[in-house]
Design a protein around this ligand. Structure first.
Ligand code: GLN
Length: 251
């Protein structure tokens, strides 16, 4: 097997100056730390809206959440990187996009203030609904053998078309549109989700899933060393029990 110290993961944080709500940056700390604990080297490149992005240098791309106003600003820049980003996604590049970032992967986000054009990388679209969907959320996801937990706060309602499957089934909370009973999207190695938290420290299984996909793509098949996730799993169980007792299901 390949020597771990020769492996390296590079995370590209897109537009941190505009897209970084509710500690989304914590997802990067988690990706990096879980590499370092395993002796795998890791670095993060912050890419701001003025920069040209070389996707061939990136193994994981993170797009965080943002307000509608910030999304409007980002949307203008996105067109410039659209084709390179599409190639990255179609070539199984790993992406984790949260809330505003998730919405921007789709065709558009229709707000009361106007239309925000998306990257059109996934066949999904978002429309602003009445009121915001705010609160804790718990999912059953095919990517994790334990529930996925987080916090959502969005005015947009996201709808998936063919070719995209949801990230999870809502056990508690609102999810994509507060009605379908589903949350987020999975397409190739892309996960889009409304879960802040930040998502990855709260859900180490999802973090490892992303790392595994990125390492596999770069180095071929890999088996990630198991870490002692006692603390993470205990926190997860606590949240699950706390909210599932007063269950509120979207459908
Ligand atoms: N502005 C978007 C909405 O309200 C996304 C918000 C967010 O990223 N939390 O739907």
């Amino acid at each position: 097997m390949r020597d771990k110290s020769s492996m390296k993961i590079t995370v590209g944080h897109l537009y941190p100056e505009l897209l970084n709500l509710y500690g989304d940056r914590g997802n990067i700390a988690c990706l990096m730390q879980r590499c370092l604990w395993r002796g795998i080297r890791a670095e993060t490149i912050e890419l701001n809206t003025e920069e040209d992005i070389d996707f061939t240098k990136l193994d994981i791309v993170l797009l965080g959440g943002g307000s509608d106003r910030e999304q409007m600003l980002v949307c203008r820049r996105l067109k410039k990187i659209q084709e390179k980003f599409r190639d990255y996604v179609e070539n199984n590049g790993v992406v984790i996009a949260v809330c505003g970032g998730y919405q921007l992967l789709g065709k558009y986000y229709q707000t009361d203030e106007g239309l925000i054009e998306g990257l059109n990388l996934l066949d999904i679209y978002t429309e602003q609904g009445e009121g915001r969907l705010i609160g804790n959320i718990i999912l059953d996801s095919e990517l994790s053998d334990i529930p996925v937990v987080g916090f959502e706060n969005h005015g947009g309602r996201t709808f998936l078309n063919e070719g995209c499957r949801p990230f999870g089934k809502v056990l508690y909370g609102a999810g994509n549109d507060g009605k379908s009973g589903y949350e987020g999207v999975i397409y190739k190695n892309v996960i889009g989700t409304y879960l802040h938290g930040p998502l990855l420290p709260k859900n180490s299984r999802i973090c490892d899933y992303l790392l595994e996909r990125a390492l596999e793509r770069k180095y071929g098949s890999v088996q990630l060393e198991k870490l002692d996730d006692w603390l993470e799993i205990s926190a997860n169980k606590y949240i699950f029990k706390r909210f599932m007792k007063r269950r509120r299901i979207a459908v």
